[in-house]
Design a protein around this ligand. Structure first.
Ligand SMILES: C[S@@+](CC[C@H](N)C(=O)[O-])C[C@H]1O[C@@H](n2cnc3c(N)ncnc32)[C@H](O)[C@@H]1O
Length: 195
């Protein structure tokens, strides 16, 4: 796995959007556990879910047993995503393309909607425009003059039937290529679903 060195920058983009009343969080596809540990260090009850056992073990080794922090080996799938508990915040950072490739885009979009029913706010990081994974998640190619923020905002609104508010948080540079950046979005789901 390419080691991401952009996580501190991504956290800088995310943290200002967390609120004092946010107490519970899920970090889906938690990998190294960096973001789960950051959430716990804010005093939140934070669980990282990760399908790969080696990554769960490594996250536990890296971050230890600090208060509010747990890592669970779990494969999220269309059949079990409804089992997740309701939480204040969900992080879904560079995981969604796996769902599109594994389950197909219609199922992946339904999984995203199910997360919207589980949380007040979803922090979402899909592939950037130069990422080879971009076509897996998108309706159509992006034109050279279209901003990635506009492009994904339309896509997210289409998936959630216009019942969410979308805020573009910015992009952090991925170290493997100076041309690759992944955009981050805050999806306010409070008007969506049953919470
Ligand atoms: C590209 S990494 C992103 C890690 C972290 N979220 C970040 O952005 O730095 C994607 C992670 O999601 C995990 N993953 C992929 N599909 C998953 C699934 N269906 N359920 C749980 N974890 C999954 C992968 O094993 C991998 O560790």
């Amino acid at each position: 796995m390419v080691k991401r060195t952009d996580s501190p920058h991504r956290w800088e983009l995310i943290e200002p959007h967390l609120k004092p009343e946010d107490h519970t969080a899920l970090d889906i596809g938690s990998a190294s556990g960096f973001f789960t540990a950051k959430l716990a260090d804010r005093g939140m009850f934070a669980i990282g879910l990760e399908v790969r056992n080696d990554r769960v073990e490594s996250a536990v080794r890296s971050w230890g047993t600090r208060p509010g922090l747990a890592f669970m080996r779990w494969s999220l799938e269309p059949e079990n995503i409804a089992w997740l508990p309701e939480v204040d915040v969900v992080l879904l950072l560079t995981v969604y393309h796996h769902w599109c490739n594994t389950f197909g885009r219609p199922e992946a979009e339904e999984m995203l909607r199910e997360l919207g029913r589980k949380t007040n706010r979803l922090i979402f990081e899909p592939p950037g425009r130069h990422d080879a994974k971009f076509p897996a998640v998108c309706d159509s190619p992006i034109s050279a003059d279209e901003g990635i923020d506009e492009y994904y905002t339309s896509l997210i609104l289409r998936i959630f039937d216009d019942q969410v508010d979308v805020t573009y948080l910015g992009e952090a540079e991925y170290p493997s290529s100076r041309y690759r950046t992944d955009p981050l979005f805050l999806i306010d789901c409070r008007a969506y679903g049953s919470r």
